[in-house]
Design a protein around this ligand. Structure first.
Ligand code: UDX
Length: 458
């Protein structure tokens, strides 16, 4: 299986846990560092502290094999490793800049425990130019007599999507490594070699990822630019969707035809209520803040964010237009997670939409297969079955396209509801099935009510 690396992974969020579990199943010796005792206990038993498809199984087999261990002791972790992946979270901070408190704390703890050479690999999304700051932070804490050259920082941005994080890690399009230190780069590259060669059990040798070796600032910029581009692409198609509603066109057919152009590609061209999650808004903000701090006006980045906010308002507006008055109306809100196959509700469109509807006097009953409470909305009723949410509802609004929700039986839906409005915020329902049940269908960018089969995907 090739060279075996000794790796430490600091932080057990979505990125860290996936990196630790996958690196161990690739054959490396991995020690995960987690300072939260509850999470540590779970991880030691092979349980992820959050939901991610396939992760528990992989974690358990890595822990059982003995190649993956967890500790809260930085000294022990550094003693056993050569390459340290820094995967602590960087939540939104002030003025658009991410909050790097946890990153700094982890860097200091790493510095204090370091007495032999280590490559510190930043997977946490840190502002462009943070590599130098991190190296200095570690250096300042080194025990007396330790040569500062023990530390080398490599930027290795992460492109994992929640819900498909393991596949994204094992079968990536590219791996980006940024540093001027060739030896450090090589050590990190060695850790990724089984993925680069697609030589691990279950690999796909027909799709070997491209390795991009570059300097640190470029690597850091690639991460922000990738997320900014994807978010902008979605905002673009959502703006076109609104035009479709005015001119009587169908956004899904428009997007399909656009995506056939290889220069555009069909990915991230799905119109709907817009993007959410922990990354897009935060990274767009941070990149815009970097531009502004240099006197540059980030026009496209700002527009992408504005269009995204507008999408959420537009959905509320559609309900207001259909339910006059909105006050006192019952709304079944289906889907709370920011996208399917995750329990993550950070910047989830559903939360802003639910809050806005309740603020306008609507009674909202929500259902999500994974999310059972929203602490910031204590008054939101969350029920355990989608049909319970629909009981005597005036309108159904789909915000997250969980497979379970897109396959609703609309005849059953119609009998449960007292009204007949269906607002499909993800264009995920079959409009014909909705209409056949006597309900009124409203999607996003559906100036033409129902696709009449003029195009074929075969
Ligand atoms: C994103 C990036 O894709 C990933 O590379 C990066 O590492 C972290 O941020 P994630 O936030 O997990 O990943 O979710 P993603 O699948 O990118 O979806 C983000 C949002 O965009 C979701 O709310 C999703 O519903 C929305 N989306 C996505 C659309 O509205 N339309 C699309 O066509 C695609």
């Amino acid at each position: 299986m090739g060279l075996q690396s000794s790796i430490a992974v600091v932080g057990s969020g979505y990125v860290g846990t996936v990196v630790a579990a996958c690196m161990a199943t690739l054959g490396h010796e991995v020690v995960g560092v987690e300072i939260d005792s509850e999470k540590l206990e779970l991880l030691r038993n092979g349980d992820a502290p959050f939901y991610e498809p396939g992760l528990d199984e992989r974690l358990r087999s890595a822990v059982d094999s003995g190649r993956l261990t967890f500790t809260d002791d930085f000294e022990l972790a550094l003693e056993r490793s050569e390459v340290v992946f820094l995967c602590v979270d960087t939540p939104p901070g002030e003025n658009g800049h991410p909050n790097t408190t946890s990153v700094a704390a982890a860097a200091r703890a790493i510095g204090r425990a370091m007495y032999k050479p280590h490559v510190l690999v930043t997977k946490s999304t840190v502002p462009v130019g943070s590599g130098n700051w991190l190296a200095t932070t570690v250096e300042n804490e080194l025990p007396d007599g330790v040569d500062p050259s023990v530390i080398s920082v490599v930027s290795n941005p992460e492109f994992l999507r929640e819900g498909s994080a393991i596949d994204d890690f094992l079968y990536p399009d590219r791996i980006v490594l940024g540093s001027d230190d060739v030896t450090a780069l090589q050590l990190v590259q060695d850790a990724y070699q089984p993925i680069l060669d697609q030589s691990f059990p279950g690999a796909d040798p027909t799709h070997r990822p491209v390795l991009v070796r570059t300097d640190r600032s470029t690597a850091e910029t690639i991460k922000y630019a990738a997320n900014a581009f994807l978010a902008t692409k979605i905002s673009f198609i959502n703006e076109i969707a609104e035009i479709c509603e005015w001119v009587g066109a169908d956004i899904d057919e428009v997007a399909y035809a656009l995506g056939l152009d290889k220069r555009i590609s069909p990915e991230f061209l799905h119109a709907g209520v817009g993007w959410g999650g922990s990354c897009f808004a935060k990274d767009l903000e941070a990149l815009a803040a970097t531009a502004r701090s240099h006197g540059q006006e980030p026009r496209i980045l700002e527009a992408a964010t504005q269009v995204n906010k507008h999408q959420r308002h537009r959905l509320v507006r559609k309900l207001q237009e259909n339910l006059r008055p909105l006050r006192g109306s019952r709304i079944a809100l289906l889907g709370l997670a920011f996208k399917p196959n995750t329990d993550d509700t950070r910047d989830a469109p559903a939360i802003e939409i639910a809050a806005s509807l309740m603020e306008k006097g609507a009674i909202v009953r929500a259902y999500d297969p994974m999310v059972k409470s929203i602490p910031e909305l204590p008054n939101l009723q969350i029920v355990r079955d989608p049909y319970l949410a629909l009981e005597r509802a005036d309108a159904l609004v789909l915000v997250t396209e969980w497979a379970e929700l897109t396959k609703l039986d609309f005849h059953e839906v119609a009998t449960r509801m007292r009204g007949n409005i269906v607002v499909d915020g993800r264009n995920a329902f079959d409009p014909r099935a909705v209409k056949a049940a006597g309900l009124t269908y409203e999607g996003v960018g559906k100036g033409v009510m129902i696709s009449n089969g003029r195009y074929s995907r075969s």
